[in-house]
Design a binder for this molecule. Sequence first.
Ligand code: ATP
Ligand code: MG
Ligand code: MG
Ligand code: MG
Length: 438
Amino acid sequence: MRLSRFFLPVLKDAPSDAQIVSHQLMLRAGMIRQEAAGIYAWLPLGFRVLKKIEQIVREEMDRAGAVELLMPTLQLADLWRESGRYDAYGPEMLRITDRNDRELLYGPTNEDMITEIFRAYVKSYKALPLNLYHIQWKFRDERRPRFGVMRGREFLMKDAYSFDIDEAAARKSYDRMFVAYLRTFKRMGLTAIPMRAETGPIGGDLSHEFIILADTGESAVFCDSRILDLPVPGEDVDYDADQKPVVDDWTRYYAATEDVHDAARFESETPAEFRREARGIEVGQTFYFGEKYSRPMKASVTGPDGKEHFIHGGSYGVGVSRLLGAVIEASHDAGGIIWPDAIAPFGAGVLSLRPGDAAVDAACNTAYEALVKAGKEPLFDDTDERPGGKFATADLIGLPWQIIVGPKGLAEGTVELKRRATGERESLSLESAIAKVA
Ligand code: ATP
Ligand code: MG
Ligand code: MG
Ligand code: MG
């Protein structure tokens, strides 16, 4: 991408109503624009990162055996009456009436609808275990939308739903999602801590919130700091094998959100040196809720015993759009955003310090084309902006590698290579710079 052809409306100053650094940086970097309270347009830079995060979530769901589909944003109110939670859900639900006076709602979550789909087609235990997921916009009319995409009203969520013949099988499905979550957040450079949590309007009795520790987090959390050093399973994780040992490992230390925190237990289980009382951002949550939806909605399958069994369900959400805020909270400096390579909007930048100079143009084009070929998705700053402005923008939007090309260096046969994360700069030949980045 050439910056002169891109749409990157960076701002000098963050609007004063942005209270936390991730919100400020997303506005300054031209990633999002608020269209109404808690409702954002995703500008090209923000949209690129959103898609990368979405793709990592998708790959880890697929790896764990979940199957992607896409359900609509609008749902019939009657479906929620059938599951028994239409009235219980409260004012967070956006209720809509169509021209025929039919009651609809903008889905805040999809347990009811996926159960309806499941029961229409699946009749035998032989189709189980089954896990279906989608990545779709949700709407919750939050009382206090704030902190940008962190607490929006319209937000992008990945939600997966598992179906099993009994509780033992359902717990295996739960464990697979638990491990998939560890891997998903790790790939984004985040350490997410699974914490025992309240189940809220989703229901059920087994649940974990996946929490990123951050001072600006909205939840108070309590955990044993030894969790932070636990290993996350690698790409070769075998989901056909039982994942309980991993889950046991990750749940053997105390970790709980405020809602379920037990101070006496915390103190007895955790030596003082490891006790952490902190704030955290919830980036995902897993639920096992058994027959909560299958019973009222009559979703059952014939078991190996020839009898009908209500299926045992779980649901698993990831806040895809919230993750942008969470990553930035965890990874920034005074200059701007420091993206982990895996989700950076561009893999590298090529900064021309003198567009129009034949040697500089040629070197920039060589670097740009080589990086495109290498799949690095470079951003070529070919604009007339002065060098200081280019450096500031490259750091603000977090280009992980920056190849800086100016006439002085070129005369000596060198360019500069900057690593955003460390601030390190080195002079080297154009070829070496390209080789290092590609
Ligand atoms: P919160 O406690 O922050 O209100 P929640 O517990 O109500 O979230 P869930 O129903 O567990 O949310 O939804 C799954 C995930 O969706 C959450 O873990 C979070 O990452 C994300 N999410 C929920 N509400 C919002 C929101 N208003 N804006 C952005 N992401 C959200
Ligand atoms: Mg909520
Ligand atoms: Mg919550
Ligand atoms: Mg939750």
